[in-house]
Ligand binder design. Sequence first.
Ligand code: ATP
Ligand code: MG
Length: 730
Amino acid sequence: PEAGESRLLAGLNPQQRAAVVHGGGPLLVIAGAGSGKTRVLTHRIAHLVETGRAQPGEILAITFTNKAAKEMRERLSALLGPVANRMWISTFHSACVRILRAEHEALAMRSTFTIYDSADSLRLMNQVCREEAIDSRVSTPKGLLRRISDLKNELIDPEDFARSINDEADVTVAAAYRGYQNRLRAANALDFDDIIMTTVGLLQSHPAILEHYQRRFRHILVDEYQDTNHAQYVLIRELTGRGESMGELTVVGDADQSIYAFRGATIRNIESFEDDYPNAESILLEQNYRSTQNILSAANAVIANNPNRRAKRLWTDSGAGDKVVGYVADSEHDEARFLVEELQALSGKRRWSDIAVFYRTNAQSRALEEMLIRAGIPYKVIGGTRFYERKEIKDALAYLQVVANPDDTVAMRRIFNTPRRGLGAKAEDAVAFHAQRHGMSFGAALDDVGSAESPRGQVNGLTPRAEKAIIDFRTILHVAREKAESGSAPADVLDSLMAGSGYTEELRRSDDPQDEARVENLAELHAVAADFKKMNPDATLGDFLEHVALVSDTDQLPDGDVADEGDVTLMTVHTAKGLEFPVVFVTGFEDGTFPHMRSLADPVELAEERRLAYVALTRARENLYITRASVRSQWGAPQELPASRFLDEIPEGLVDWRRAHSSADVLRRSSSTRYSKPSFDGARTGGSVKPGRLDSGSGRLDGGSAKKAAAEALSPEDREKLAAAEAAKA
Ligand code: ATP
Ligand code: MG
């Protein structure tokens, strides 16, 4: 063990080493980006096992994404060998799902419960609004879901909330929350926020179960602690326990990288760690091992503008490195063109997988993608309208879902008439009515169709044709269910459903070229299921669905899908958390894009955007590019956007500007026409924004500046000519 131990400590600086060997009370490691927090956590786990202070099975390590969990497990396997497989290394959600599946009886749930993603939740909420007569123009389903999510993150259940309300609008929220929760329950389903809240509830109301997990997890380690919300905080506190039998807790984080306030994350958890755990020790790491000095200085300069932060002295000895490269584009297309040119210049010197491109919101990826496709550069988009959000994939998964859990009403209604089998709204209503009257799920009600033996009687109001269609539909599901229960691979169950229902056949017969892509996507899903089975030979259909549900959350990365050999990685800044790349492009540095439009008037949100910028810049190891477009299409029309204030915060000396002004800037200076900045308030309420608004089609402006419209409609070369002509005139 001694040689092993010194191997684990070799190369660590004294603070890192102290954190790795620390024993006893709770430990807080707080440090800036790239200072080795995740590495310390990993080495600490290895050290605990290597020195015999912990059994692998006593370790619970929480990471923020599946990708991060996978990387940590690989690292530990390399350090310790196969014993690493006996540790729990996972996200909060995966760990809780595991606990819930094991303890489902205490919750009076079936172990086959479904996990709803945000689109499923929205469908269910739409249903709630219809059935509870909630005016969805006053309280939008999305808005209600937001509120409910916030409540769950605060561990407030429908009853607690109903007791606490004191204004009219909240009466609606309370009704929606109750209705939504009842329906989830009836469908044997949980939404994402439920996963944590239900686990906390389970532990708090079942002392024996709590004690079991407290005894089991003697060592709990949490990465990215700054992004935990209240529910997650309480979960960790419960699992760690108190007093004599308290487990060892290690959390690492960086208050400057807290970027999930919209999911209820609170820096408070990190700031008050020493109050929450009075005997806690804290360790500060100050050396950055990731980035060059120029990159670090740029990032430090930006974050320094945030109020009320603990200043940090983050330094590196890796040398100044190249300057940050800056580029001001005329439009998002011009920005994409610059990106592609730079990528082409880098090819040969770098592998594509060394390069990442970040943007603030998913919608920005389209322009970049189009240019990459044209240039033939292989890329991968993480997040956004991804594979698992495509219609055909969701349909296919809904089929699998109802096989695993017949009570899943949302999934059942989704495929009830997909592909079309002549079951309209009337037939659906008739079944729904029967289900409601007898207090059963929609799926269970289907079994009463055409059944003379049912004690509840037949389902009324169905035409003979509809009855036959339902019986055929039911048969397809029964066949698949028998297959699944007799141990068929998920991929085979899928094939049986897609063939039996005629789903694939309908797509094949279609002339729509999109449907061709859909067939390919379904084939891809088959491959995903087959792969999963290969990796997990004992896996059931339920396991596969759980795997998919957890990787398809928009904010989670799919397992092992990121830096495959040879693809440029495109992703939002949020998904880039914790990762690093030799070359990073951060695009869209405009006020209104990054920082996001809705943060401009709110200092608290603006501070969060600045932390997001800090996260973005600190992902780069050797080369950092920052770009902005002076005109970008938003809300379907080109908007003139000023430079991001974050760009202004980076000292000039650190940036090598390849192009410091847009054509519009040049044009503006050379002409007498004044251009006003767009009104952000107008933009936010969806009102007309002048003068950036272009009347699409005719290319005419609805407001003042024809010249700018002309410039926008022209090709970059023509625009240059126009600018030159303008300059000559002046
Ligand atoms: P973030 O805040 O972005 O999550 P972090 O603090 O978790 O960053 P790590 O990802 O653990 O930082 O480390 C950043 C990089 O520095 C990694 O490539 C890691 O391997 C390397 N590194 C960390 N500590 C050392 C060290 N003592 N010697 C050499 N390299 C190190
Ligand atoms: Mg980290």
